[in-house]
Design a protein around this ligand. Structure first.
Ligand code: PAF
Length: 284
């Protein structure tokens, strides 16, 4: 395994590789969700890169960039353990030592997919998706992967990156990977570590609600009215919801199809923690 701390080092390494590079972009503080992405990349490609970079551009004034957990040593150990099951595979941990490695002095470009700023996470966190799209674009340019792996837990982010790659004709396959949950159903997230034991059990309400809505659809695909009423009531009686919506899955339009994939997305605020989750449903 190689730990690279500068763009120059990454550039030199990349020149020695062929096209078959898999890529997992992260902000570190790795958990099983990230590791499942890396496991897939290691299985599918001769060489893989995992980036660990806490991207200042995607944090708003209310988000705590300074407090975001930075656990590079532990992250590296987890990567090393995973690599043991993949002999003959190459893994690079790209952990820029300084923000300037990604954003050189005077950097003034923004990659934006404006439609995504209008709803759900985009509406709640102004500027967030510009920061995500810009850093992912830059990392794509640096790593030049064949395939990049994103967790579907951040569903809107995953769809945004797919849209950006398509619009800009990037020669990269953006692959969405299943949400990893703990045994109770809670979607794994770096934010879970801030939950007390009591809050952890409260947090399950998010998963249970999404599952309940999924079941309503399973009973009848024409259950939109029932679902709409259920969601409206939930939002009225429980102020912990920041949003709870059903959308068409590919473009995230609010107009729902009669057939095909839809996605139920919710954010529940438990204590100080915003918990995101979603569930895809195939309407047959
Ligand atoms: O999902 C994340 O961890 C980040 O938003 C990403 C994609 C690594 C960009 O900083």
């Amino acid at each position: 395994m190689k730990l690279l701390r500068t763009f120059q080092e990454l550039k030199s390494w990349r020149l020695m590789q062929n096209e078959d590079v898999g890529f997992v972009p992260t902000m570190g503080n790795l958990h099983q969700g990230h590791l499942s992405l890396l496991e897939t990349s290691l299985s599918n490609h001769k060489a893989s890169v995992i980036s660990i970079f806490v991207n200042p551009m995607q944090f708003g004034p209310k988000d705590d960039f300074a407090k975001y957990p930075r656990t590079l040593e532990a992250d590296i150990k987890l990567c090393e353990v995973l690599l043991k099951n993949h002999t003959k595979k190459e893994l690079v941990v790209f952990a820029p030592s300084d923000t300037h490695e990604i954003y050189p002095d005077g950097f003034s470009t923004v990659i934006s997919v404006p439609r995504f700023d209008e709803f759900l996470e985009g509406a709640m966190r102004p500027g967030h998706f510009n920061g995500v799209a810009t850093v992912v674009f830059l990392l794509f340019q640096m790593v030049k992967p064949r395939t990049a792996y994103f967790g579907k837990k951040d569903y809107q982010q995953y769809r945004l990156i797919k849209q950006m790659a398509r619009d800009l004709s990037l020669p990269i396959h953006v692959k969405g990977m299943p949400i990893i949950r703990d045994e109770s159903g809670l979607a794994l997230s770096s934010r879970n570590q801030y939950l007390s034991a009591k809050e952890k059990s409260e947090a399950l309400y998010l998963f249970q609600t999404l599952q309940h809505i999924k079941q309503l659809f399973a009973q009848s695909i024409h259950n939109y009215e029932k679902v709409k009423n259920y969601i409206q009531k939930e939002l009225e009686i429980d102020s912990r919801w920041q949003y709870l919506e059903v959308r068409e899955a590919r473009r995230l339009h609010s107009h729902l199809p009669n057939k095909g994939r839809i996605v139920i997305l919710g954010v529940l605020k438990v204590g100080e923690v915003r918990l995101l989750d979603n569930m895809e449903v195939e309407l047959l």
